[in-house]
Design a protein around this ligand. Structure first.
Ligand SMILES: Nc1ncnc2c1ncn2[C@@H]1O[C@H](COP(=O)(O)OP(=O)(O)OP(=O)(O)O)[C@@H](O)[C@H]1O
Ligand SMILES: [Mg+2]
Length: 231
C-alpha cells in the first residue's frame, strides 16, 4: 500500500468555532493505482490533498505513506518527503514567471541538492517526456496554458516521486489541452506512477481507474458503472 489514511479527521478553527471538514476518512491506495476524488466545492477535497501531500496535518487519525507513519513527522521531515516522494500539479500551474521552463522544472532538484549539470539534463529529459523539448528556454508568459501545465507536470515528475498528486489539473485548461494532460497522466500511470487526482469534472474523473466521492467531509468509493454522473 503506498498510502493509507485511517480515521482521518480535520477541523479548522474559526475564532472559537470548530469547523469539522474531514470526518473519519479511510482511504487506501496501492502502488500503481490511479484514482480520482470528486465532490462539490467546499466538500474537503483540497484539505484532503494537503494532508496526503504532507502540506498539512490531520487533527486526528493516522497516515502511512509507503509504510511510514507521517502523522507525527517533523516539519523538516515533511518537507523532505514532499521533495523526494511526492509530485504536485495544481490548477494554476504555480510556475515561477521569471524562470525558463527548464529552470522551473529543475527547481525541485536544486532544493534536493542535485548538481547543476545533472539538474539541467534531467529537466530537459522531463520536458522532452511531456512533449516540450522545443520549449526549454521559454518563460511561462511565452507558453499556452496547456504548455504551462505540461511544464508543471515535468517539474512534478523530475524527481521521480512515488506519488503524483493533482488538484484540478485541467480546471484552467480548454478541453483539448485538458485531454493532452490526461493522455500524459495515462502514460505516466502505465509506466507505474501512482496518481491521485482531484476533480469535479466527471469526464476527467472517468480517466482514472477508480473514483471516490467526498460529500460533506465523508468519502466513499463510486461503483464502476455510472456512479459518477451526479454532479
Ligand atoms: N484554512 C482554513 N481555515 C478555515 N476553514 C477552512 C480552511 N481551509 C478550508 N476551510 C474550509 O474547509 C472546507 C473545505 O475546503 P476545501 O478547500 O478542502 O474544499 P474543496 O472541496 O477543495 O472545494 P473546491 O472544489 O471549491 O476547491 C470549506 O468549507 C472551507 O471553508
Ligand atoms: Mg479545492
Amino acid at each position: 500500500m503506498i498510502l493509507e489514511l485511517k480515521h482521518i479527521y480535520k477541523d479548522y478553527l474559526q475564532g472559537k468555532l470548530v469547523v469539522p471538514v474531514l470526518k473519519d476518512i479511510n482511504l487506501s491506495v496501492e502502488a500503481g493505482e490511479y484514482i480520482a476524488i470528486m465532490g462539490p466545492s467546499g466538500s474537503g477535497k483540497t484539505t484532503l490533498m494537503n494532508i496526503i501531500g504532507c502540506l498539512d496535518v490531520a487533527t486526528k487519525g493516522s497516515y502511512l505513506l509507503a509504510g511510514e507513519d507521517v502523522s507525527k513527522a517533523s516539519d523538516t521531515h515533511m518537507a523532505e518527503i514532499r521533495n523526494h516522494s511526492i509530485g504536485f500539479v495544481f490548477q494554476q500551474f504555480n510556475l515561477l514567471p521569471k524562470l525558463t521552463a527548464q529552470d522551473n522544472v529543475a527547481l525541485p532538484l536544486l532544493y534536493g541538492g542535485v548538481g547543476k549539470k545533472e539538474r539541467r539534463a534531467r529537466a530537459k529529459a522531463a520536458l522532452e517526456k511531456v512533449g516540450l523539448g522545443d520549449r526549454v528556454d521559454f518563460r511561462p508568459n511565452q507558453m499556452s496554458g496547456g504548455q504551462c501545465q505540461r511544464v508543471a507536470i515535468a517539474r512534478a515528475i523530475v524527481g521521480m516521486p512515488k506519488l503524483l498528486l493533482a488538484d484540478e489539473p485541467t480546471g484552467a485548461l480548454d478541453s483539448k489541452s485538458g485531454e493532452q494532460v490526461m493522455e500524459l497522466f495515462r502514460q505516466l500511470n502505465d509506466e507505474g506512477m501512482t496518481i491521485v487526482m482531484i476533480t469535479h469534472d466527471a469526464d476527467i474523473a472517468k480517466q482514472a481507474k477508480k473514483t471516490y466521492h467526498i460529500f460533506d467531509g465523508e468519502i466513499r468509493e463510486n461503483q464502476k458503472e455510472g456512479g459518477a454522473a451526479d454532479e
